[in-house]
Design a protein around this ligand. Structure first.
Ligand SMILES: [Zn+2]
Length: 188
């Protein structure tokens, strides 16, 4: 079986979900020393018979995927993961780490999505930078433009006749909203 190659972003998401702490020693991990570790070693799934026996012994569902987030945790490459190597924990100890991995799974997925958004942000920042470099826009214009799009809270909710109600306003929206009839005199 080929060794699992996890994308960089997935590795990062797993590490962030565990607050950059090694699951085995609890100490912070530098990204350069990060291993994404299989709680149940990959080697266990190489042979179908052995894998079936391991799943039975460890109370794992038959569908358990050795490479899923439910089996992956961050650990120091050295010494934590090197010490463990491809050894198999006792069922109780494995269960403990598997529970940790399962509890972090939603957070890993949230981080994975957030990282994608961050990549989008880099693109936006990149195009702003090139626009400045090409002289299409100046930094003061961008700063004022951003400030103009600030949202600010209203002291009371505004209700418009067309059913729209607003608790916050975006500065750039104000002009269009001024044309809308507002419901007045409503007690709340
Ligand atoms: Zn460690």
């Amino acid at each position: 079986m080929a060794k699992l190659h996890l994308p960089f972003n997935t590795r990062r998401a797993i590490c962030l979900a565990h607050r950059k702490l090694c699951v085995y020693c609890g100490e912070p991990i530098a990204f350069t020393d990060l291993d994404i570790e299989h709680i149940i070693p990959e080697t266990r799934a190489q042979n179908a018979e052995e894998w079936a026996a391991t799943k039975a012994e460890y109370g794992l569902p038959d569908t358990f995927d050795i490479n899923s987030l439910a089996n992956l945790v961050p650990a120091h490459h050295n010494p934590c993961n090197l010490n463990k190597g491809s050894r198999l924990f006792s069922p109780a100890r494995a269960r403990y780490f598997l529970e940790i991995a399962a509890s972090k799974e939603p957070t890993v997925l949230q981080y994975a999505r957030a990282i994608v958004l961050e990549e989008g942000k880099e693109k936006v920042l990149g195009s702003i930078k090139s626009a400045i470099e090409r002289g299409e826009v100046t930094l003061p214009e961008i700063v004022v433009g951003v400030a103009d799009n600030d949202t600010f809270p209203l002291s009371a909710e505004l209700e418009f006749a067309d059913g729209v109600s607003k608790k916050t306003l975006i500065r750039s929206e104000i002009d269009s909203l001024l044309d809308r009839p507002v419901l007045v005199g409503r007690s709340r």
